[in-house]
Design a protein around this ligand. Structure first.
Ligand code: NDP
Length: 333
């Protein structure tokens, strides 16, 4: 493989508007504009990639598209003085795999101002074990801290969609930082896994998905929600006075069937998290913290590595909620 002959997964839209995928040989001249050329080592599979590759959601906004919303690899060419050949970098967001060709390719050309230098101590595999989902989990933790939450809080922190990518990293991070963590899962087989990551207890998805009254008994000092819908409404109704809920996902539902009551009577702060356009200084800080705050043995227990050929099958699986932890894609495997 060289930068003049390499493999990539490409999405096309057929004449009926259906998404089709092919594994294709590309050359450097096929790549989009950008001031750095990256030799990609790993990408990862996130919920949004599942939507893009299967065509189940309107993620792709430019055709044809190389999907993959993140990547880790080495700079091989640079027209920007900040980066030199050999530099190790990580890239998440900025429309990768949506507007700009993404990580399911052995080479990619991107904008240098999207890159973050790979923090000391993280391998490319670690970086994509964390990936967009883990980076988002860190942004959620930082939002709870910004809301004044400390491990001395009266009640534990709730994490929904806990066996998924965002949820797994959020549980492990919060536990390492000293918070008491309760995990919500619909996956019975993940209970032991979540306890190993640091969950003090498990609440069933069914219990949290019951429609709440406008306010319920206060049970959580804060929460990280990757699910949305009725579950987020229940989380808001059960959060302590003054607590923060970091909402980042809609794996269950994009609706929010709540009322103003949690906000005006309990002073709840609902903090939306967007990893795509997160400002560069906060992005770099989040990656630095991931390198130090996420226990490496927990990260290792979340990771499964798959070759590029497995992406279509995995994309269907992640939408069915069947991927536990983080699916890392070895684009050279
Ligand atoms: P995963 O598929 O890995 O995890 C989602 C988890 O949610 C599943 O593992 C499952 O956990 C739970 N779940 C799935 N379906 C349902 C359902 N119908 N009802 C209730 N729970 C369900 O996805 P990710 O962790 O990668 O992403 C989670 C969400 O966060 C997605 O909506 C994604 O788009 C969003 N996201 C947002 C980002 C942002 O910047 N705001 C960045 C990254 C992700 P369990 O079996 O344990 O219940």
């Amino acid at each position: 493989m060289s930068s003049d002959h390499f493999r990539a997964l490409i999405l096309h839209r057929d004449e009926h508007g259906k998404t089709r995928h092919t594994l294709q040989d590309l050359s450097r001249s096929d790549l989009p504009d950008g001031d750095v050329l990256i030799k990609i080592a790993y990408s990862s599979l996130n919920y949004k990639d599942g939507l893009a590759v299967t065509g189940a959601g309107p993620v792709v906004r430019h055709w044809p598209m190389v999907p993959g919303i993140d990547m880790a690899g080495e700079v091989v060419e640079s027209q920007n003085e900040t980066y030199r050949p050999g530099d190790r970098v990580v890239l998440t967001g900025w429309g990768l795999g949506e507007l700009h060709w993404g990580g399911y390719s052995q080479y990619q050309r991107v904008r240098s101002d999207w890159l973050v230098p790979l923090p000391e101590g993280l391998s490319y595999r670690d970086a994509m074990g964390i990936g967009t989902a883990g980076f988002t989990a860190m942004l959620c933790v930082m939002a709870l801290e910004d809301g004044g939450l400390t491990p001395a809080a009266q009640h534990p922190i709730l994490v929904t969609g806990a066996s998924g990518g965002v949820g797994s990293v959020a549980v492990a991070l919060l536990a390492k930082l000293g918070f008491r963590v309760i995990a919500v899962t619909g996956s019975l087989s993940s209970h032991a896994y979540l306890r190993t990551l640091g969950a003090g207890d498990i609440v069933s998805r069914e219990e949290m998905a019951r429609e709440p009254r406008p306010l319920e008994k206060q049970r959580w000092s804060g929460a990280i929600d990757a699910v949305g819908g009725t579950m987020l409404a229940r989380v808001l109704a059960e959060t302590d006075y003054g607590g923060t809920v970091a909402a980042c996902g809609l794996a269950g539902d994009s609706s929010l069937p709540t009322s103003v009551m949690p906000f005006i009577l309990r002073n709840i702060r609902l903090q939306g998290i967007d990893s795509v356009a997160c400002p560069t200084p906060r992005r770099a800080l989040a990656w630095q913290r991931l390198a130090t705050d996420l226990p490496r043995e927990h990260l290792e227990s979340m990771i499964e590595v798959y070759p590029l050929d497995d992406v279509p099958r995995l994309s269907r699986a992640i939408l069915r909620g069947e991927i536990r932890g983080r699916a890392v894609i070895d684009v050279n495997g």
